[in-house]
Ligand binder design. Structure first.
Ligand code: GAF
Length: 406
């Protein structure tokens, strides 16, 4: 149950501790509720969640934590919210929820979830929510392709669950947050990010079938192999419209092929329909069909501990995203090449861009006892070749959104 209390030992501890102190100092009283929701990294299965494919993400030990307490206030019912990272304050009026506005602001992501909750609870019950002081802090790099926005949405939904006493079904909660992203951030995203943040499990990757929305947790321990995340620290501004455009190109290609779902399209079908597709549609489709196949193979490889095979599939995925789907960028390509240069002899199995692309992070699979050495090498080479400081950290699969004891 996502609303079970859990203590805040481990990587979440510092964040919650700091947030509790800041909240108590600012409001002269401690928070009554604290919730946390993780970001995610996707091992393989990129840009296919909205194409009925499989994805293989894990929630990471980086979170958005929210602290809140009710405020005795006559008249207006306002959630007064501070973002610690941005050092900004804003308000959500519970009697007049914000309308979507572009470009999306953090209050929009939260407001979208409030709006989803209002429809779910009904106006009358929603009107019983109290005025609140709210503060949140994130150690998911913002805009780094690790789902900082989904983590904020899912944390907000978890807060509203504890405040209202209404527990949503886990799938319902993830879908409500996805809807908030569509309506309030204007991004027609798939289900991967919100599902990862809700359903994350310690010590397991998550094989998510985006067509049936079924999840199979695939056990993983870092005894021998670790997941290293490298933030390129670049974000190219073209990303917003490009995402929707990729989605439209895939929909159009599928229609021309005449299939109901990408899951029904084989590489043979694709070749026999090549002449009816534009060059771009053909490339996008080739990525989708091949990535669905790679992700299924990757799940089998993990289950049987075939890390070399998984690593090769990761390199192939990156190549496809770089050339066929065209969502990589030179900095991500460079990071993957540096990791590849280290090679198996140096402890690296595979590497690829992760998330929406156009900047953000790579994910690298690496022998656990080589993490420090290889991280230093990647950081040094990246700085030398493009002048940017990368941030690197290893993460174990983390538990999905939950409340934290105050
Ligand atoms: C973003 C989206 F939000 C996800 O739904 C997914 O499509 C991902 O890009 C690419 O795999 O994170």
């Amino acid at each position: 149950n996502s609303l079970e209390n859990s203590s805040y030992d481990g990587p979440l501890g510092d964040l919650v501790h700091r947030l509790t102190q800041s909240f108590t100092t600012e409001h002269s009283r401690p928070p009554q509720w604290i919730v946390a929701a993780p970001g995610r990294v996707n091992l393989i299965g990129e840009h296919i969640d909205y194409n009925d494919g499989y994805v293989l993400p894990m929630a990471i030990e980086r979170y958005v934590a929210i602290a809140a307490a009710p405020r005795a206030e006559k008249g207006s019912r306002v959630a007064s919210i501070r973002s610690v990272n941005l050092n900004e304050c804003d308000q959500i009026d519970l009697d007049e929820l914000p309308k979507p506005s572009l470009p999306p602001k953090w209050t929009g992501y939260m407001g979208g979830v409030f709006a989803g909750f209002q429809s779910r609870m009904g106006a009358e019950k929603f009107s019983q929510l109290p005025a609140m002081d709210v503060m949140f802090e994130s150690n998911v790099p913002i805009g780094g392709g690790l789902s900082s926005s989904a983590a904020l949405e899912v944390a907000t939904a978890t807060l509203l669950e504890v405040v209202s006493g209404i527990t949503l079904g886990l799938e319902e909660k993830a879908l409500l947050c996805q809807q908030a992203e569509h309506d309030f951030a204007g991004v027609p995203c798939g289900i991967m990010d919100q599902f990862s943040s809700v359903f994350g499990q310690q010590n397991a990757f998550m094989l998510l079938d985006c067509r049936s929305q079924q999840i199979r947790h695939v056990p993983f321990s870092s005894d021998h192999v670790s997941v290293l995340i490298t933030n390129s620290n670049v974000k190219h501004e073209l990303s917003g419209g490009e995402y929707a455009q990729r989605r439209a190109q895939c929909d159009s290609a599928l229609k021309k092929i005449g299939a109901a779902s990408w899951r029904d399209v084989t590489s043979g079908d694709l070749e026999s329909n090549k002449s009816s597709l534009s060059e771009i549609e053909y490339s996008r489709a080739r990525h989708v069909v091949s990535e669905i196949e790679r992700t299924q193979k990757a799940a089998v490889a993990i289950e049987s501990g075939q890390w070399e095979t998984l690593g090769e599939l990761m390199y192939a995925s990156h190549h496809s995203l770089q050339h066929d789907y065209e969502v990589s960028c030179c900095e991500l390509d460079l990071l993957v090449e540096i990791a590849r240069g280290v090679g198996r002899a140096g402890g690296v199995y595979g590497s690829r861009m992760t998330g929406g692309g156009f900047g953000g992070c790579t994910v690298t699979l690496i022998e656990s006892d080589k993490v420090v050495e290889v991280s230093e090498h990647i950081q040094k080479q990246y700085k030398k070749q493009c002048g940017i400081d990368a941030q690197l950290f290893a993460s174990l699969p983390a538990k999905g959104a939950h409340t934290v004891s105050c």
